[in-house]
Structure formats: C-alpha cells, structure tokens
Design a protein around this ligand. Structure first.
Ligand SMILES: Cc1ncc(COP(=O)(O)O)c(C=O)c1O
Length: 355
C-alpha cells in the first residue's frame, strides 16, 4: 500500500496528545549518572562545557569531531571555547582520535542512533585517563551502550518526540552550580502553536515560519529549564512501540534499497545492531544529485533533512560526505506503507534520470 500523507518534518502535536498519558516517561537513564532537564541539546552542551571549565580551571582544550552539527560549535563559541577538531564521522572506517592532555574534554558523537563503536573502543584503551569525555547522544538516546562510558552525556528529545523542547545533561560527578533561566515563552509558544497547527492541517507557510522564528531565538538564548508542557509530554509515551516502529522502518528501507540496487544511491550503514534505535535512515547520493532528489521528494510531500551542512573548516572527506548525505524519515509516526511510498518516489526520480 502506498501512503498519500506527508512524511517527515517537525512532529505534529494532536490536541489529544496534550492530556497526561500512561507510561514511565521517555527520558533515558544512564547508569551511574544524574540527569538534569533543560530545553535544548545546545543548552545541555553549554551546561557540560561550563561544568568542565570550572573543574579544569579553564585550562583544558575542547576536542570535537569535524563531522558535527553546527549548533555544537556555536554553543562552544558563545562560551569563548575554541574547538580542536579531530577526524570522525558516521560509518568512518578509520577515525583519527586525538591525544588529549590531562584537563581536556573530548566530545564523541553517536550518529543516527548507531553506537559509535570506534570511539568507545578508543576510550576503552584509555582506562586511566584524566581528561573528560562528553558523549553526544542527541541522535542516540535509546541505543544500548551510548551514554555510559563518558563523564557527561547529552540528549535532545525534541528530535524524537512531539514536544516543543526537552533535553538533558547527565553527569557522573555532581555538577558545579547549574544556572538555568526560565523557559522562554516566545520559543515554546511558537513551536507548540506550529506543531498544533501542523496536526490540524493548517498553512505550511505559517507553521514553517513559526518554527523558523523559534529556532532563530536559540542563537542568543542561555540554557533554560525544560518547559512545563514538555515535562508533561515527555512524562508519558510508549517508548517500546516507538523503538519497534523505528527499527521496522529502518529494515523496510534497507530491504527496499538493496532490492532496487539503484546506481548512485547507497545506504550509509551496513547494519543496525539489535539494541540500537535509529534516528533516521541515512543514504548517500552520488553524482551531485542529492539536492535534486531532496527537492523531488519534498515536492511529493516527503521531507528529508541533511545531517549536516558543514563549515568550510571541516576536512575534505567530511565535506564530501556532507554533500552526499540525505536522511530518510523513519520515525514512529510512520509504517510500512509510508516506507513503500518513500522507496517508490526515489525509484521514480532515478527512472526519470535514466529514461
Ligand atoms: C549531534 C547533535 N548534537 C547537538 C545538537 C543540538 O540539539 P538542539 O537542536 O536541541 O539544540 C544537535 C541538533 O541537531 C545534534 O544533532
């Protein structure tokens, strides 16, 4: 069955979803770590960086992979912290991890819901380290093994659930004084209104404009508390069902991509482990056709993000991947018919090229 509905993009909030729900909540737990809720992933990162600065006496260096969401570099820059890049990216065969000094902080990223096993193996080889490790689990809050080995872990549940905000910092040691501003009404209201409007089938231009306006506020926002509405939305929810849907959808696309064997399209990852929960299904489109395919899919109501456009300072290899990557939506809103629709539209695009 081919789905006719829109696929991907910001998660809509149905008014009925605002009512208190059954369940234990969808905040992950990382053994040996205490969590503190905040509004966004970049706030969680800023809190971790501030804590590390206090503990290191402001003397260490901050290392981060060169394949990274721009918001991470921006958050560091706002604290006046230079980023020392090392080479790591999703599905990289041979990463080039740094040689940190005693007071340094190393960020490792778990990409797309897959555990960064190369980074964890490298870490395991440094059992006696005096430097600290921050695991970015924004894309992998629910995959077993992510968020356990580092001193800090950050998540951002607004990427995973219908909520205007909601993120957290987890720390093995007690955090130095944490300073959180109140939730920003302008940000939360715009996003909530946009998500309600999308659910009601309202105007795309209005909905997208409100989301854009809200995101623009983050450029100058201090770390803030998680909003009341997000605490409510994330206090319930069916994580088991979401996990199963996301995995089923991943494998449906994996099978479809393998069966169609389209020249110029390749999956980024060969496997998904049994205890990993994917964010999206990333593919590589070669031949300079990625942006055309993305526009084609958007024209069919299928919205695929790019994780990520990189600054010119990134290595050539990282830039190369960033120019080819496309994330196909597989989240819990969707099922087999939607995955068929995505595959059918991709096939149609490539048939148009070869015919
Ligand atoms: C890996 C990673 N870390 C951090 C962030 C920042 O999260 P937020 O947008 O909630 O600030 C993002 C955002 O996409 C991300 O992908």
């Amino acid at each position: 069955m081919i789905s006719k509905r829109r696929i991907g993009g910001e998660m809509e909030i149905h008014p009925g979803g605002l009512a208190p729900r059954e369940g234990d909540g969808v905040w992950p737990v990382f053994s040996g770590k205490e969590g503190i809720h905040c509004d966004t992933g970049r706030s969680a990162l800023a809190l971790a960086l501030a804590d590390w600065q206090k503990k290191s006496g402001d003397h260490g260096r901050f290392w981060a992979p060169d394949y990274l969401c721009h918001s991470v570099g921006d958050a560091a820059a706002r604290l006046g912290i230079p980023v020392e890049a090392y080479s790591d990216r999703p599905a990289m065969l041979k990463s080039d991890f740094p040689t940190p000094g005693d007071r340094d902080l190393v960020l490792i990223v778990h990409y797309f819901g897959l555990v960064n096993r190369a980074a964890l193996a490298w870490l395991a080889g440094h059992a006696e380290r005096r430097w600290l490790v921050l695991e970015d689990c924004v894309q992998a809050p629910y995959s077993a093994g992510a968020g356990e080995a580092g001193d800090y872990a950050i998540i951002s549940l607004r990427k995973w659930w219908p909520t205007p905000d909601g993120a957290a910092l987890y720390s093995r040691q007690t955090l130095a004084a944490v300073d959180l501003a109140n939730a920003d009404e302008a940000f939360v209201s715009r996003r909530l209104a946009a998500q309600l409007l999308r659910a009601a089938g309202g105007s795309d231009a209005t909905f997208l404009g409100w989301i854009r306006d809200a995101e623009a506020l983050l450029g100058s926002s201090p770390p803030r508390h998680c909003s009341w509405i997000a605490e409510g939305l994330l206090g319930g929810g069916d994580l088991g069902a979401a996990r199963a849907r996301r995995r089923d959808n991943w494998f449906a696309l994996e099978r479809g991509v393998a069966a169609h064997a389209i020249m110029g399209l390749a999956p980024l990852f060969a496997t998904l482990a049994p205890d990993e929960v994917p964010l999206a299904y990333p593919i590589r489109i070669t031949g300079g056709r990625r942006d055309d395919l993305r526009s084609w899919l958007a024209g069919k109501g299928i919205y695929c993000p790019i994780h990520w456009s990189l600054p010119e300072s990134a290595s050539a290899a990282a830039q190369h991947l960033a120019a080819e990557i496309l994330s196909l939506p597989i989240d819990q809103r969707y099922g087999a018919g939607d995955m068929d629709a995505i595959l059918e539209c991709i096939n149609e695009f490539f048939r148009g090229i070869t015919s």
